[in-house]
Ligand binder design. Structure first.
Ligand code: ADP
Ligand code: MG
Length: 330
């Protein structure tokens, strides 16, 4: 009996390894950012995910001459497929939820600053004032735009891409995977050994990491002024625009990370919270009972996390001994 044990173990180990899904990875450039996928499953899942992301980009891009959103912006109305229609509807809900801190009609202003194609410039105040006349998501009805209005789903597109990718991963039988679509991360299930995924949050002031969060079935989405900006006459101008002023948001935050079950919502909220600043964002988080957690980093380097992250938020490097403020729903 004793001598049979190693043989039994060997057979068991072989049987287990043959049915354990293999780790597969892919990385590519899409939606203007670097993307990395890790799945425990079939190789075809990676190809399907990339095809899905490229399809969404083709439909939603504001610059692609063939995109549905481009057609909508040019004509005020367009034949929209299910992807564009459902994302537009969800985005409008998040615009309303955030009182217009997220406003998908801010595009004419974003474009004037040159963020769309990277031809940066500081518009004259009169130009911004005139363009702000064309910014107000509440004027969209029946997915039709008033004259001169244009929409940009860039603030929610990567989050939606992650939600759709997780859906096809589930359909393909994947139980475990991680994707990083620029600032939008989604961790599906747990790691194959059953432990939670550790997702890094970037330090907005350096190339290093600020912290790690341990998550399972969660989107982790970060917005920050450091992601895309230009400098002119010693002034720094970044790509998140306050729809009330038409200027890059100056709310005292350096970055916001939002963690929750829906990538689209987390993506929209991370942009909106960045515009709103710490106090207003927390007020909304409490009053609307938002089912997300968040990490706020102020320009002074102070870190505030919501209480649901206690036990899963771990400061790293220079931040190991930093004071972390934990806030509750109160
Ligand atoms: P990133 O795309 O860099 O991850 P965000 O998700 O925060 O960052 O989205 C920023 C993009 O959304 C900008 O590049 C711009 O196209 C658009 N945008 C900027 N400000 C707003 C805003 N207040 N509401 C909606 N969209 C915005
Ligand atoms: Mg966003």
């Amino acid at each position: 009996m004793r001598r049979a044990l190693p043989a039994v173990c060997l057979v068991l180990a072989l049987a287990l390894s043959s049915c354990a899904p293999q780790k597969r990875t892919a990385s590519f450039f899409a939606m203007d950012t670097f993307m990395e996928l890790t799945v425990y499953g079939e190789e075809s899942v990676l190809d399907d995910t990339r095809a899905l992301i490229e399809r969404l980009e083709g439909e939603l891009s504001v610059t692609d001459p063939d995109s549905e959103i481009r057609a909508l912006n040019q004509n005020g109305t367009a034949e929209l497929g299910e992807d564009a229609r459902s994302l537009l509807e969800r985005a409008l809900e998040i615009c309303a939820l955030t009182g217009g801190a997220l406003d998908i009609t801010v595009y004419p202003v974003v474009r004037a600053w040159g963020f769309t194609v990277g031809e940066y410039r500081v518009p004259e105040p009169e130009e911004i004032a005139a363009l702000l006349e064309k910014v107000d998501y509440t004027r969209i009805s029946d997915l039709t735009l008033p004259e001169g209005f244009m929409v940009d789903l860039g603030a929610v597109a990567k989050g939606r891409a992650s939600d759709e990718a997780v859906r096809i991963w589930g359909e393909a039988g994947v139980k475990s995977g991680l994707m990083s679509l620029g600032g939008s991360v989604y961790a599906m299930g747990t790691k194959p050994d059953g432990s939670r995924w550790r997702v890094g949050i970037r330090d907005p002031f350096s190339d290093g990491l600020l912290a790690a969060v341990e998550v399972e079935d969660r989107a982790v989405v970060t917005s920050g002024g450091y992601e895309r900006y230009f400098e002119e006459n010693g002034e720094r101008y970044h790509h998140i625009i306050d729809p009330k002023t038409g200027y890059p948001a100056r709310s005292g935050l350096a970055s916001v990370t939002v963690i929750g079950g829906e990538g689209t919502l987390c993506d929209g909220l991370s942009t909106a919270f960045y515009v709103m600043g710490l106090e207003r964002a927390l007020e909304l988080w409490r009053s609307a009972r938002l089912e997300v957690e968040a990490v706020f980093v102020t320009e002074d380097g102070e870190i505030t996390v919501t209480e649901g992250l206690e036990g899963s938020f771990e400061p790293l490097g220079d931040y190991k001994n930093a004071e972390i403020k934990v806030v509750g729903r109160g």
